[in-house]
Design a protein around this ligand. Structure first.
Ligand code: AMP
Length: 548
């Protein structure tokens, strides 16, 4: 081997905002705020406030490696936190406010967060949970003095006051590119969320790989609106790839209903917008009501759950909007594949193109994939053989933060990460997800742990055994059904079981229905066979499933 003679500069997140401020001064960042107004700024202006925030964090004693939590909607202050925290070498820990109370308490303690920055919408949640969070955790309300909540959080800090009078420039520190820059917990099957700890290097590479694939939407004359949250899956990396390319970023804040999104998309002439299927049902309903699409909208990116065919059809046929269906995971930074059709595929009749878009797309450059059988042996990419999907690459986690057990379970002996999805891969590279090996339910883009629900249900003396499975739902993609074997001589009612569970769960995590059975199907190893149970209930209609 001959050693090359090239510079080796660390790939750092701070370089993105510096670049955007210098090279793309005209791109816009527009935010629908929690306070109710529309906030407008640019990358150079954002860079100044990011510098101020970085100085403020240092002033508060934040050290490299410290975990700084956020609980916030998509908005300019959350964007500033992404860059300021990572820029000084600390770790931006985004908390998903849709997690259950127990999960939020668990992850703030597991991450040992030092500060928690929050949108005022979340004040009541934090007032309720703060005493169970790390004792030294300090809270910062992401607003100005005028909108500071009147609440019981002691020593509450005010975001705008922290920034005021700080210098508007900063010389970002330099450190190795494999330093952690952000942390996002994802639900585990056992109910304890697991932390994906991203590096500066993985974040920059993910942004570059995404831009390679979506260069038609990520460029300086385009405007993009991520509905996909900054608090989950890094908003699919758009807060990095947009400034890198000079794309204008529109942040929708807390109002994600069809009408609010329609108006924002149209007012800001958004070209491309990204989110989970549930969100797009709301937008489609609004489009149907108005008989048209928002002016300027050319593309809808769908991921996080399978995009249903009727949805793809409605966007493509009724409104001539290009649908890009992607697959990925938090652990993959998150984008793994995108459903971009080749020129040859685009020559096919529209119905065939739509059919192709119901599949899960082709892998991004930098993402390797294999499917394996039950013995871990690789299966052919022939579109027929299906097995667990494993991935590898510089944007995939090498384990979970401070969690050896979960790490050992997730990584195979050749260093591949097991996704828990079951898939086939066609000879043309198209991934087709056929099932889920992991015992989780995905409702409206967010996870519910079946095992958590089962453990809770078993607390009821009338329950001898139970299993929770996902039932397809027209609005939420999937909803939990609790299947129960009654204890001998007991007659528990659906209502008392669900009410009992509701005291320990977020409202949306409570099963939609209970079905009573005489026994549960078992696998050869004596576990409940969820696959058989799902087949048995394949025609099951949940009580409110007609509500679209
Ligand atoms: P998360 O880390 O919350 O983004 O969840 C990742 C998981 O969501 C994947 O492993 C899949 O089970 C599921 N998922 C993501 N995108 C899709 C999709 N397009 N179709 C079906 N399932 C998906």
């Amino acid at each position: 081997m001959l050693q090359a003679m090239m510079m080796n500069r660390p790939l750092l997140v701070s370089s993105i905002i510096d670049y955007a401020a210098e090279i793309h001064p005209h791109a816009r960042i527009v935010s629908a705020t929690v306070e109710g107004d529309i906030h407008r700024t640019t990358y150079p202006e954002a860079a100044k406030r990011i510098a101020q925030l970085a100085h403020a964090l240092r002033g508060l004693g934040v050290e490299p490696g410290d975990r700084i939590a956020t609980m916030a909607w998509n908005g300019y202050r959350h964007f500033e936190l992404y860059y300021a925290i990572s820029g000084i070498g600390a770790v931006c820990h985004t908390i998903n406010p849709r997690l259950s109370a127990e999960q939020m308490v668990y992850i703030t303690n597991h991450a040992d967060d030092k500060f928690l920055f929050f949108d005022t919408t979340f004040t009541p949640i934090l007032e309720g949970l703060r005493t169970q969070m790390p004792p030294s955790l300090r809270f910062v309300a992401m607003t100005d003095r005028q909108h500071l909540p009147d609440c019981e959080i002691p020593d509450l800090l005010c975001y705008e006051e922290l920034l005021s009078d700080r210098p508007e420039t900063i010389d970002w520190p330099e450190f190795p590119e494999d330093t952690a820059c952000s942390l996002c917990y994802t639900s585990g099957t056992t109910g304890e969320p697991k932390g994906a700890l991203f590096s500066h290097r993985s974040t920059i590479l993910h942004a570059l790989f995404s831009v390679l694939a979506k260069h038609d939407a990520l460029r300086q004359d385009r405007t993009i609106l991520p509905v996909v949250p900054l608090f989950h899956v890094n908003a699919w990396g758009l807060p990095y790839s947009a400034p890198m390319t000079g794309t204008s970023l529109i942040f929708p804040g807390a109002n994600l209903d069809g009408e609010s999104l329609f108006e924002l998309l149209e007012a800001e002439r958004v070209f491309s917008t990204w989110g989970v299927p549930t969100i797009w049902l709301g937008l489609l309903a609004e489009m149907k009501k108005r008989g048209r699409a928002p002016d300027g909208l050319a593309e809808v990116g769908v991921g996080g759950s399978a995009a249903p065919r009727p949805m793809i059809e409605a966007f493509e046929k009724d409104y001539a909007i290009n649908v890009v269906h992607g697959w990925g995971m938090t652990e993959m930074s998150p984008v793994g594949t995108l459903g971009l059709l080749s020129p040859k595929m685009k020559e096919r009749p529209i119905d065939e193109q739509i059919e192709l878009k119901t599949k899960h797309g082709r892998r991004l450059f930098g993402v390797e994939m294999k499917i394996v059988d039950d013995d871990g042996e690789p299966l052919p990419h022939d579109g027929v053989a299906a097995g667990e999907l494993f991935v590898r690459g510089n944007t995939v986690v090498s384990g979970y933060y401070n969690n050896e057990k979960a790490t050992a379970d997730a990584i195979d002996d050749q260093g591949w990460f097991g996704t828990g999805d079951v898939a086939s891969i066609r000879s043309d590279g198209i991934l087709v997800i056929t099932d889920r090996a992991k015992d989780l339910i995905k409702s409206g883009g967010e996870w519910i742990s079946s095992i958590d629900l089962e453990n809770l249900a078993m607390n009821h003396p009338g329950v001898a055994n139970c299993a929770v499975i996902a039932i397809p739902h027209p609005k939420w993609d999937e909803r939990p059904l609790l299947v129960i074997v009654k204890a001998k001589g007991q007659e528990p009612t659906k209502r008392e079981i669900l009410e009992n569970m509701a005291t320990k769960l977020a409202k949306w995590q409570v099963p939609d229905d209970v079905a009573f059975v005489d026994d549960l199907p078992l696998t050869a190893t004596g576990k409940v066979s969820k696959r058989t149970l799902r087949q048995k209930f394949s025609d099951y209609k949940l009580p409110d499933a007609a509500v679209g």
